[in-house]
Design a protein around this ligand. Structure first.
Ligand SMILES: N[C@@H](CCC(=O)N[C@@H](CS)C(=O)NCC(=O)O)C(=O)O
Length: 211
């Protein structure tokens, strides 16, 4: 498998999932600017990462790539271990992160894509940050008494880690969200998670401009 990414992007979630499989894979490092090149747009017309290439096929969209990795390596049990409910619960969380949280960061990282002039930019960013914070508070409550978002560790977890890193990089503190803090610590204590982060960012610890 070959994963296209740039540092700080949501592709990190797929990178962590690949590490969890223990299988061999390759990565292609891009810059955000180079995702707009004519060459890259032939791979992904959207001009975004992640992209996964495997067995002559190209897959885009974080959720699809996460599910593909999990399906290809069932021994990892990254799709939930509990029959139809367990699987649906993983879909629920990947959907929630991908549709309710991930897009909200676009308004924070790329306000000019939403508003032309200066007017309204600050207000939009402020509202988006409040929205993220409100949702993180809900996730913090959900994590009470749980180690992972779902019954067992799943592909939803590295996606949440990406969201947490973005939140902190734009000043949304999770210091008072004890369950999320513990969760982040649990994720960062895993060798595979650190390996993916280090391979993308070296010693860098913040997420930076990404979505
Ligand atoms: N819906 C896509 C969104 C992908 C996306 O927004 N990727 C960001 C990085 S997190 C990107 O490549 N941004 C480059 C840009 O918009 O210029 C997915 O879930 O994969």
């Amino acid at each position: 498998m070959k994963l296209y990414y740039f540092p700080g992007a949501c592709a990190l979630a797929c990178h962590i999932a690949l590490e969890w499989t223990g299988a061999a894979y390759q990565t292609v490092r891009l810059s955000q600017a180079s995702t707009k090149s004519i060459e890259y747009r032939q791979i992904n017309p959207e001009g975004t990462v992640p992209v996964l290439e495997h067995e002559g096929r190209t897959l885009t969209e974080t959720a699809a790539i996460l599910f593909y990795i999990a399906e290809k390596y069932p021994h990892t049990s990254l799709l939930g271990s509990d029959g139809p409910y367990g699987r649906a619960d993983v879909i629920r969380w990947v959907s929630y992160l991908g549709s309710e949280l991930h897009p909200t960061f676009r308004q924070i990282f790329h306000p000019r894509r939403f508003i032309d002039g200066r007017d309204g930019v600050e207000a939009m960013i402020k509202t988006a940050k409040e929205t993220v914070r409100t949702r993180l508070v809900k996730i913090d409550k959900h994590l009470q008494g749980r180690s992972w978002l779902t019954e067992s560790r799943s592909i939803a977890d590295p996606y949440l880690l990406v969201i947490l890193r973005w939140a902190e990089s734009v000043g949304i503190s999770i210091d008072e969200m004890e369950n999320l803090l513990g969760y982040k610590g649990r994720m960062l204590s895993q060798d595979e998670v650190l390996a993916a982060i280090t391979s993308e960012e070296g010693r860098r610890t913040s997420a930076g401009d990404s979505t």
